[in-house]
Design a protein around this ligand. Structure first.
Ligand SMILES: Nc1nc2c(c(=O)[nH]1)N[C@H]1C(S)=C(S)[C@@H](COP(=O)(O)O)O[C@H]1N2
Ligand SMILES: [Mo]
Length: 326
């Protein structure tokens, strides 16, 4: 019974791409699963949920009466990916290693969410979600998105530039980096149980330099497609850093910590030679196991088809960020 369900998340369309998951090759993975004797209890009951957590189209924008449609980021020069695709093809390892985790992710408890801002700042503070959505003017930005696995999409996020939160926090002159920590609860985030547990540095963490964080583009998203983030996209708040590979964008953030040294981060700790800390999109730097010269853009209309195209340096955002790396 149990094992019948597991392969579902591995079915097409994810078979189309080479996921980070390959790091744990599938056979070893299945063996671990059987060896560990994981029974029905390891399978989230939330899997029974048949909704993707995506509100009906009628509610689009109604929760955002003052939304700014930032004209600089209104057109990503590629069509926006259909929501029915992007909300069913996700990476969120806390809820499983396949792309079809949208059902399992509905188990994420988002009520009374708190985000702690801490570390080398003059104004440490714990925000709740209303604080965040009211304190910072919300805008919509259509960004290109590029996963290190070489799939890509175009998504209209709702949120606010990270630099507004930085200003609020007032980092001290010692602060050089930020570390973002994702929600983690071993009892709810059942995905980890499917991995060789001791080798995986949960919770998921990510980070960047302070000058990257205060770049115009770096964004905290609390919504997508004109409504709140569905859980599988990292509700209620996640990072979006469009010139870097997707894994830099930590989901379901609970802690934002300003630090002096480059922090240890999830994928970088697992495989430093495969997932560098900087992780800027670059067609000329291949992943050790695949080329980054081209990418596959998700969908055309509402079906999972993939169109190959050349990868652009900094995911096409060089005019904003190239000077950070000169
Ligand atoms: N907490 C957490 N954040 C995460 C991940 C994850 O597994 N856990 N996966 C990352 C990767 S590899 C990608 S490509 C994006 C995917 O975002 P999406 O599913 O909303 O498209 O989330 C990133 N953020
Ligand atoms: Mo990714």
């Amino acid at each position: 019974m149990t094992l019948i369900r597991i392969p579902q998340s591995w079915q097409i369309p994810e078979a189309e791409v080479t996921p980070e998951e390959v790091f744990y090759n599938r056979r070893r993975f299945m063996k671990n699963l059987i060896g560990a004797g994981l029974g029905m209890t390891a399978l989230p009951l939330a899997g029974c949920d048949t909704t993707t957590g995506v509100p009906p189209a009628a509610s689009k924008y109604s929760q955002y009466p003052n939304l700014i449609h930032n004209p600089r980021f209104a057109d990503a020069k590629r069509p926006i990916t259909d929501q029915s695709l992007s909300s069913r093809f996700n990476n969120f390892y806390e809820f499983g290693t396949g792309k079809g985790i949208w059902k399992a992710a509905q188990a994420l408890p988002t009520d009374n969410w708190k985000v702690e801002v801490t570390g080398l700042v003059n104004n440490p503070r714990t925000y709740d979600l209303d604080d965040l959505n009211q304190r910072f003017p919300l805008e919509e930005r259509v960004y290109r998105f590029r996963c290190v696995e070489a799939w890509a999409m175009v998504v209209p996020w709702v949120g606010f530039p990270m630099k507004l939160l930085v200003k609020d926090a007032e980092p001290t002159s010692k602060a050089k980096f930020v570390r973002l920590t994702s929600y983690y609860n071993e009892k709810i985030s059942l995905g980890p149980k499917w991995l060789p547990f001791s080798t995986v540095p949960w919770p998921y963490t990510e980070g960047m330099r302070l000058d990257e964080m205060t770049n115009d583009l770096a964004f905290f998203a609390t919504g997508i497609y004109g409504h709140s983030l569905p859980k599988q996209h990292g509700a209620p708040i996640r990072a979006v850093i469009p010139w870097k590979y997707g894994f830099k964008g930590a989901k379901s953030i609970v802690k934002i910590e300003f630090v002096e040294e480059q922090p240890s981060t999830f994928w970088n700790a697992i495989a430093p030679n495969e997932y560098g800390f900087e992780a800027n999109v670059d067609p000329n730097v291949p992943h050790p196991r695949w080329s980054q010269a081209t990418e596959k853009i998700m969908g055309k209309g509402a079906s999972f088809t993939w169109e190959k195209q050349p990868t652009i340096i900094y995911n096409g955002y060089g005019e904003y960020v190239a000077s950070l790396y000169s």
